[in-house]
Design a protein around this ligand. Structure first.
Ligand code: KG4
Ligand code: ZN
Length: 364
């Protein structure tokens, strides 16, 4: 699988132009052989949506329309490539906001058709997992040097915790693009819980990074919040009870005129989430007999989660892999990494590729 495309008897590099537009980031990247990021351009719409307290789907689609061509041009330019060098065009086709996905899918189809290149549709969550396969990236992304120095290239099988704004899954990655889901959330996704708590406590949107920052000044043991267990499903998650406990705490404080220490509340809430995420993941790795653990999705950039998972893995003799933060939140480099392995397996999509807003993990 690690081999590269053979043409006329010689080995050639596989260069993927990847496009991601499933939510509020318009992104394009050029990725070489699934592991080396030659360029990674992200036009974030966060500032635009902040005034509404969350992503407004129609505004997101319109902004993608406005930005996508420039983002792709920059990705090709930064990589020192043009379309003739590209082996295949990859795009996220689900899950996500339908109007947002359609912009990327239509764009990728037009480029692939015009340049006579194969088209590879990628599952967004498969992309998040594949962020862990990236080993080389431009210097501006070396924001977490530990990732470079401590990690060896990750290869399946391994256990992966996928925690984003819309998903919380615990999976066994059997092979590239082959997943066995062993746990999932019964209600809110982990990122959704961060966003809702941030809003309730007045930290605003996007909640995850704001809670993360506030929590650094707080005491994680200041408030005892519940750690929800799902009866009969040891690897499932449930965050709505925790979210309600935080909301009740805030309401009670308001009614009794008590001051809310935002940083203590953020740290205590975050601690409750992190403890469950780490506990489930390490237990799964041990029970299923895997010695490698990875994390993926926007919440995987959370500092407390990274630290706690690192410590727990060390204590349990597990090898822990985690992408630099810029590859945890939405980006196209991860789509290019996933697309490489799909391309090698022979995955090709036709000109009828459409956006699938509720695409399930493992579905094609
Ligand atoms: O993966 P992602 O960028 O988009 C989805 O596919 O959903 O994840 C976004 C989610 C948001 O809920 C955001 O609040 C959360 O990831 N997030 C974080 C952090 N950075 C982003 N949550 C906790 N701590 C962070 N540092
Ligand atoms: Zn995502």
């Amino acid at each position: 699988m690690e081999a590269i495309r053979e043409q006329n008897g010689c080995w050639e590099d596989v260069l993927i132009l990847a496009i991601e537009s499933s939510c509020d980031e318009t992104a394009a990247a050029v990725v070489k052989n699934g592991r080396e990021v030659l360029s990674n351009v992200i036009a974030s719409q966060i500032a635009l949506h902040t005034q509404f307290g969350g992503v407004v789907p129609e505004i997101a689609s319109r902004k993608h329309m406005e930005q996508i061509n420039q983002v792709i041009e920059k990705a090709l330019w930064d990589a020192g490539t043009d379309l003739s060098d590209i082996t295949a065009v990859a795009v996220t086709y689900g899950p996500g906001l339908v109007g947002a996905l359609l912009v990327g899918v239509a764009e990728a189809k037009a480029i692939a058709y015009g340049a006579k290149k194969p088209l590879v549709g990628v599952h967004h969550i498969e992309g998040h997992v594949a962020a862990n396969f990236i080993t080389e990236y431009p210097a501006e992304h070396m924001d977490d040097v530990r990732c470079q120095t401590e990690q060896e290239a990750l290869r399946p099988p391994f256990v992966c915790l996928i925690v984003s704004g819309g998903h919380s899954h615990l999976v066994i990655v059997r092979d590239y693009g082959e997943f066995e889901i062993i746990g999932r959330t019964r209600d809110d996704a982990a990122g959704e819980a961060f966003d809702k708590v941030a809003r309730a406590v007045g930290l605003g949107y996007p909640g995850g990074p704001k809670v993360d920052k506030a929590a650094r000044q707080g005491n994680p043991h200041a408030i005892e919040f519940p750690r929800a267990k799902v009866a009969g499903a040891p690897y499932d998650f449930s965050f709505s009870g925790l979210k309600s406990a935080v909301l009740n705490y805030i309401n009670h404080a308001k009614m009794t005129g008590e001051e809310i220490h935002v940083s203590d509340l953020a740290a205590s809430f975050q601690n409750a989430v992190v403890e469950v995420l780490v506990g489930h993941t390490v237990q799964a790795a041990k029970e299923y007999g895997y010695d490698k653990v990875a994390i993926a999705g926007g919440v995987a950039s959370n500092t407390a989660l990274r630290e706690a998972m690192k410590k727990a893995c060390q204590e349990n003799g597990l090898c822990f892999h985690y992408p630099p933060p810029v590859f945890c939140t939405d980006n196209a480099a991860m789509i290019g990494a996933a697309a490489y392995y799909e391309y090698q397996k022979g995955t090709r999509h036709g000109w009828d590729l459409n956006a699938v807003p509720n695409l399930k993990l493992g579905e094609r």
